[in-house]
Design a protein around this ligand. Structure first.
Ligand SMILES: Nc1ncnc2c1ncn2[C@@H]1O[C@H](COP(=O)(O)OP(=O)(O)OP(=O)(O)O)[C@@H](O)[C@H]1O
Length: 944
């Protein structure tokens, strides 16, 4: 979320009560006004008498909440010297003499944080503090221990005291940070793992190089430069405040100003600087760890139980996991800000509905057992072994208890099934409708491939807002639709398919809820409920009768034992009476008469005793009779009960057959639906992933297209440049060296741009653009060790390094191409020269061939002439130069030479004589002319 930096202005109270004030603040209108009437609108215009507590409460409480939610926060204080910057941040000091009321923002913040965290025992947290000072662009660790872990407020205050003593006094910057890592399991059963940092910066007063550097950064940010392009590392202070300005922190800037007239100019400067910050927006976001939002389930969640509720529990657990996964993804997508507003609304609605479901699932109405840990998603469906109404009856046998708990369990199970069915149906129907409703009407098709199992997918534009929470149908791929058809087809009876097909044939818009109803019918048949109720009632009666029967038989057996005892007593009494009677008779027979009076007294006693015993015996016998009667009665009752029990048993068996059938059906339906839920959830998950990917890839695609567009523009420019250079070369036949190089660069750059465009196009089309560079196993294996090392190094290169490297290679390539072009030109001219020479040689050869016979002849003629003229030496030298050893002329010449060598040379004749001596080689020529009827013949030499 983009949040502008917030501004608060605090006026230092005047040193003297009656001193004049040149700056005023209006906390109602949040305006700071100068004596000249200049106004500054700020977020908090704090009054002169503003207390430390008021300052803290007026804007730090929301900061604390934000911080505990996992966002970074920051407080930066500007102000001239002695305007109360340190006082605002820390207070007057940490000694006991100082009142707690004077505590500044930092101690209050720490106290509040510990207080709040202690109020949330479910949160595990680790808190660290650091206290740094920037003195002359050098960093100084006030606490001397870097990050210091604090477990409670007391410990933290000890460090504050220590730091207060150790800190450097003077005009320097102080940065105090508090970082907290928190971990807790939310009510939805997912882990929250966050990290937040709060920084408190007490800036030095002007003039300070760090402050100037910060001022420049603020100006750059205000000019609209993205933070990524701003060099925060120009000094330590700016590097430390990277997050506060243009970063991810929720920042408050506090301007501490003096209201006194002599400080007016400095105050204006600080006010303007603070106002500068108002235009800066920070991207505040929750800092999450990778494991944030992962579902956390205790072992308690999945209970080993009967088959029936195991499925139920498993389905529920899976369901919750899947929905939580989707929730995590949705949260991430929301944070990524890659969604349109409509999408954000939908996702938010989904999250809201999910929260509603969680609330509902975790409510105590659903599950009686209140001990269930609500953090673990759906409360545990526990076996209820608590005694209920029936247990009050006199049931003492184990089997009775079992039967009783069975009944209770049956009830519970029914209840849970009912609940689960409702929820499941509701959720499933929603999903089903969403999927089916959002396919375009064109998609009403019956898949030919799936044969009779195929389902016509219908559409209806009707939708309720709630059901439009997720609209996967809008972007369902063909494969997904097919999967959905299959999933739905499995659940729909052939009859309903027929109805659907028929309704489609009639060209009616089939009611989308038909499918839903059909699905619901599968598990929600009234017959099943009736049977279940009847079975339940009969079973209850049967159990009661069983109990009664048991009670009776127990009573009978106890009466029988009582009877036995009485009978034994009677027997004993009879024996006693017999014995007494026998004694009495014996006494009467053996005793003398004188003792008669004494004897009769004893006899009377014995008689009395006998009589008493006989009366007792009679009573016993009566009792025995009564007991016998009672036993008979009880036995009769028991027999009746037994008969009834047998009858009931038969009835139960009968019902049970039906109910088992029904139960089986139910279990099957439940299983089936569990599977379907899993399938649908996997689709949902896929769709969620797709949604994320699509949105991401859409953005990416847009970006790529933009890049391609830009590249094309660049290419066009380069192309124009290349054309103009080419044209120039054509016209002037040559280019300067730099122009030649430029041309090469253009060509090379165009080639590189073409490759880049192709690469990006491939990315858009989803093709692997750099198969050769991709790190597939095959490629890795096929690379030599050297190549692998090179690739590993390239992988480690930073963006800038890569850019430099590429530029160098580009230059190298251009150099090489230049050298190559020069070489090619040299080679071409050499080849031309060679060709010219070859042509000349050929011509010479032909010429030589043509001239050869004449030359020979002329050569030999001249030799002969020399010989003839007697110039043997000349002839010899000419002969020496002749190359005609094999020719006849040569042979003849050689012979003549040999003769000349044998005979001496003739005497030298003067040339005039020689002419006379010459044979008539000059044949006289007669010229005949006609002069008047006369023929004139004139002899004349040829030479004349
Ligand atoms: N609002 C205030 N209420 C009471 N006392 C104040 C207030 N503001 C400042 N003081 C007092 O003014 C004095 C100077 O304040 P403080 O040291 O905080 O200024 P400072 O801007 O940090 O100065 P420096 O830049 O020199 O570090 C301190 O004694 C402080 O107690």
């Amino acid at each position: 979320m983009d949040i502008p930096v917030q501004i608060a202005i605090r006026l230092k109270p005047p040193s003297l009560a009656d001193s004049t004030q040149c700056i005023f603040s209006n906390p109602v209108t949040q305006i700071v006004i100068t004596e000249s009437g200049q106004t500054f609108h700020v977020n908090r215009a704090l009054p002169v008498d503003c207390t430390q507590a008021h300052l803290f409460n007026s804007f730090m409480i929301p900061q604390i909440n934000c911080f505990l939610d996992g966002c970074d926060t920051s407080v930066v204080i500007f102000g001239q010297s002695k305007t109360g910057k340190t006082y605002t941040l820390f207070g007057p000091g940490f000694e006991c003499i100082h009142s707690e009321c004077d505590q500044g923002i930092v101690p209050r913040f720490l106290t509040e944080i510990f207080h709040k965290l202690n109020q949330m025992p479910e949160r595990e947290f680790v808190l660290h503090i650091t206290w740094m000072q920037v003195v002359n662009n050098n960093i100084f660790d006030v606490l001397g221990a870097g990050l210091v872990r604090c477990n409670n407020v007391e410990e933290t205050f000890q460090y504050l005291q220590m730091g207060w003593r150790q800190r450097c006094q003077g005009n320097n910057h102080t940065v105090f940070t508090v970082s907290v890592e928190q971990k807790w399991v939310g009510t939805n059963g997912v882990l929250n793992h966050r990290m937040s940092t709060a920084s408190f910066c007490d800036l030095a007063a002007y003039p300070d190089p760090g402050l100037y550097a910060l001022e420049n950064i603020l100006k750059e940010l205000l000019a609209g430069n993205p933070p990524k392009q701003i060099n925060y590392d120009r000094c330590i202070l700016t590097a430390m405040l990277r997050d506060s300005f243009g970063g991810r922190a929720f920042t408050w800037v506090i301007g501490c100003i003096s209201a006194e007239p002599e400080d007016y100019q400095d105050t204006l400067k600080i006010l303007n600087l603070c106002l500068c910050c108002r235009g800066i927006k920070n991207f505040v976001t929750v800092n999450l760890f990778a494991d944030n939002n992962t579902p956390v389930y205790g072992e308690k969640t999945i209970l080993p139980n009967t088959d029936n509720n195991f499925n139920l529990q498993f389905a529920t657990a899976q369901w919750i996991k899947l929905v939580s996964n989707a929730e995590g993804l949705f949260n991430k997508i929301l944070q990524s800000k890659s969604l349109t507003e409509a999408d954000i609304n939908q996702v938010s609605e989904w999250l809201f509905l999910k929260a509603e479901c969680d609330e509902c699932l975790n409510s105590d109405n659903v599950v009686d057992n209140k001990d269930v840990n609500t953090k673990q998603g759906l409360p545990r469906i526990a076996e209820d072994t608590e005694p209920s109404e029936l247990s009050e009856s006199d049931v003492d046998s184990d089997s009775e208890e079992d039967t009783h708990s069975d009944t209770v369990f049956q009830d519970k199970l029914e209840k849970f099934m009912e609940y689960f069915r409702e929820k499941n149906d509701q959720l499933f129907a929603e999903r089903c409708e969403e999927y089916l409703n959002h396919v375009d009407s064109d998609d009403i098709t019956i898949s030919e491939t799936s044969g009779s199992q195929s389902l016509p997918i219908m559409t209806s534009q009707s939708n309720s807002g709630r059901r439009r929470t997720i609209q996967p149908g809008e972007s369902l791929s063909g494969a997904e639709l097919e999967l959905l058809r299959k999933v739905a087809a499995k659940a729909i009876s052939p009859e309903s398919q027929k109805i659907l097909i028929e309704s489609r044939k009639k060209d009616l818009d089939p009611e989308p809820k038909l499918i839903e109803r059909e699905l619901l019918k599968m598990i929600d048949t009234p017959k099943i409920d009736e049977i279940c109720k009847k079975y339940k009632m009969t079973k209850e009666k049967y159990t009661q009768k069983q109990i009664l029967a048991r009670k009776l038989s127990k009573e009978i057996s106890s009466t029988q034992s009582q009877l036995k005892e009485l009978i034994n007593l009677c027997i004993a009494k009879e024996r006693l009476i017999d014995e007494l009677t026998r004694t009495l008779l014996h006494n009467n027979e053996n005793k003398p008469s004188e003792k008669g009076i004494e004897c009769s007294v004893i006899d009377q006693d014995t008689i009395k005793e006998i009589k008493r015993h006989e009366t007792n015996l009679k009573t016993y016998k009566k009792q025995i009779e009564q007991i016998k009667k009672q036993i008979k009665k009880d036995e009769k009752r028991k027999n009746t009960l037994d008969i009834e029990l047998v009858k009931d048993k038969l009835k139960l068996d009968e019902l049970s057959d039906t109910s088992v059938d029904v139960k089986d059906k139910k279990v099957n339906s439940l299983k089936h639906f569990t599977n379907r839920i899993t399938q649908l959830d996997s689709i949902l998950k896929e769709k969620t992933n797709d949604l994320e990917n699509t949105d991401l890839s859409k953005d990416k695609e847009l970006m790529l297209r933009k890049e391609i567009k830009n590249l094309r523009k660049t290419r066009e420019c380069l192309h124009d440049q290349r054309c103009s250079l080419g044209h120039k070369r054509k016209v002037y036949k040559s280019l300067s060296d730099s122009e030649e190089r430029k041309l090469l660069e253009c060509e090379e750059a165009i080639e590189a741009i073409d490759t880049a465009i192709e690469y990006k196009n491939n990315l858009i089309c989803g093709k692997s653009p750099s198969a050769s560079l991709s790190d597939s196993q095959d490629n890795k294996d096929s690379r030599s060790r050297g190549e692998q090392m090179l690739m590993a190094r390239l992988d480690k290169l930073s963006h800038d390094e890569m850019k430099t490297l590429l530029y160098r290679y580009f230059q190298k390539v251009v150099d090489l191409r230049g050298a190559c072009a020069a070489l090619e030109a040299g080679a071409a001219s050499a080849a031309d020269e060679a060709a010219a020479w070859r042509a000349r040689a050929a011509a010479a050869w032909r010429h030589a061939q043509r001239l050869k016979p004449h030359a020979h002849t002329r050569h030999f003629q001249s030799i002969h002439r020399c010989l003839d003229s007697g110039n043997a030496e000349r002839a010899l030298s000419l002969g020496m130069t002749s190359d005609s050893e094999t020719s006849d002329d040569a042979m003849r010449l050689v012979n003549r030479m040999k003769q000349l060598a044998r005979y001496p040379a003739p005497p030298v004749i003067p040339s005039q004589n020689l002419r006379q001596l010459m044979p008539a080689t000059n044949i006289p020529v007669a010229k005949v002319t006609k002069e008047k009827n006369k023929l004139v013949i004139i002899q004349q030499n040829k030479k004349h």
